[in-house]
Write a protein that binds this ligand. Structure first.
Ligand code: HEC
Ligand code: HEC
Length: 393
């Protein structure tokens, strides 16, 4: 609660449009202030947030989504909400290698930040959902996340809880049987579209020509990022914006080594199960080996074996550990992995499906440190503040 207050009061708005924060499911509906109106002005370094025509933003809808996002009742043990794994005070991650859901059950993948997920053209590490609306329905019923058998318990709550009833009538004009998971998903997605952050030191250096925004090491790191390191070929920077993702899928040698000799057998078994109606969402998050199939699990294309979505690098210094399996603990370990040509530890066998864009980089130790320094310049000050103020002194 204290954290949220700090944010609401901070001079520079944390989000594209500041919002009313409702963290408790029993709280009174928040007063809707004019500050909560959606704004079209993008933050430095970011394009405008894409808003689907069938789900326009409104202050009230955002507040409703905020409340749903934090409601722990929508889980098998009453303890898990979206915020459990995507917590404000941890830059909207959980800080764990792989997430823990209801009754302490462990998944197979690292929780990516929800910050700037609004800009992705597909959701999840393997892109199996097209947008935030469809993504948001999955965690509730995933066996190792929310753990509900179906969405019915959620609908029962939102159709009967007086605050929710009033809010859904006001936002969507629906109640009772007419209130469906589509409405719940739309409200959550609207809230997520406010979780955007730009205006990092890099943005001020690159888009505002502020040469003092980066240290010398960071400037050298930036040169390596776009030059010898070839990072920018996947983590893209454009003339007026930088999302640090090409929205595509690449095998960069993470996790796949543990299943290499099993690939033909695993791939066949996976496709059989999928044809028999097994949910991809369940298979990849409950079985470590299935998880490593990556984009193949979605497209059935062998060329995408072990390929994962290029994640944004914004705020990456705050979201350790790294990669879809949380296997690399620090940014230095990440850069060393690339420097090794897509293997950890150095000298390990390169996997047969490795992206052509990943080759040894011949960086010196000093250059590795410079690249890490550059990655630290991608942190938005407001997000850094929020993470710091949550750490007990
Ligand atoms: C038990 C932990 C857990 C819970 C609860 C959870 N998530 Fe996640 N979330 C994850 C993990 C792990 C992934 C990555 C899974 C994958 O890619 O297969 C993820 C992925 C995502 C993504 C995709 C981001 C990207 O980079 O592609 C979004 C958006 C998201 N979650 C939002 C939500 C919302 C909204 C809720 C609540 C409805 C929620 N999550 C509940 C752990 C969780
Ligand atoms: C061929 C495309 C490609 C290139 C080139 C590339 N990356 Fe990546 N990067 C990815 C993909 C894909 C992932 C996620 C892989 C996974 O989890 O299996 C990733 C993950 C990361 C992560 C972890 C992010 C997180 O949230 O876990 C960091 C940091 C990173 N890359 C930095 C770099 C740097 C620095 C370079 C240049 C030395 C670089 N990348 C070059 C595609 C690429």
């Amino acid at each position: 609660m204290r954290l949220i207050l700090t944010l609401t009061l901070s001079v520079t708005p944390l989000f594209a449009f500041s919002q009313n924060s409702v963290t408790s499911s029993t709280a009174e509906p928040p007063p809707v202030s004019s500050a909560a109106q959606p704004s079209d002005t993008p933050l430095l370094g970011l394009p405008p947030v894409p808003i689907p025509t069938d789900n326009p933003q409104s202050a009230e809808k955002i507040a409703l989504g905020d409340k749903l996002y934090h409601d722990r009742r929508f889980s098998a043990d009453g303890n898990v909400s979206c915020a459990t794994c995507h917590a404000e005070e941890k830059a909207f991650t959980d800080g764990l290698p792989v997430s823990t859901g209801h009754h302490g059950l462990q998944g197979t993948r690292n929780a990516p930040t929800v910050l700037n997920a609004a800009f992705y053209t597909s959701q999840f590490w393997d892109g199996r959902e097209p947008d935030l609306e469809s993504q948001s329905k999955q965690p509730f019923i995933n066996p190792v996340e929310g753990g509900l058998k179906n969405h019915q318990p959620i609908l029962q709550i939102v159709r009967s809880d007086p605050d929710y009833k009033a809010a859904f009538v006001s936002v969507f004009g629906v109640g009772g049987e007419q209130l469906t998971m589509d409405h719940v998903a739309k409200a959550i997605a609207s809230f997520e579209r406010t979780l955007v952050s730009g205006d990092s030191p890099f943005d001020r250096y690159y888009f505002n020509n502020d040469n003092s925004a980066l240290s010398e090491a960071q400037v050298r790191g930036f040169q390596l990022f776009i030059g010898q390191g070839r990072c920018v070929s996947c983590h893209t920077i454009e003339q007026d914006r930088a999302l640090f993702t090409d929205s595509r899928f690449h095998n960069i040698g993470i996790g796949i080594n543990s299943i290499q000799q099993d690939v033909p057998r695993l791939a066949t078994a996976f496709l059989e199960a999928k044809n028999q109606g097994e949910e991809v969402d369940t298979m990849v998050l409950t079985n470590r080996k299935s998880s490593e199939l990556g984009r193949f699990a979605v497209t059935d294309r062998l060329s995408e074996m072990g390929a994962f979505k290029t994640p944004t690098l914004r705020n990456v210094a705050l979201t350790a550990p790294y990669m879809h399996d949380g296997s690399l603990k620090t940014l230095k370990e990440v850069v060393i992995h690339y420097n090794n040509g897509g293997v950890t530890p150095a000298g390990a066998k390169v996997n047969a499906f490795l992206s052509g864009g990943i080759r040894p980089l011949n960086l010196t130790d000093a250059q590795i440190d410079d690249l890490v320094a550059f990655l630290q310049a991608l942190t938005s000050p407001q997000i850094a503040q929020q993470t710091k103020s949550a750490t007990p002194q």
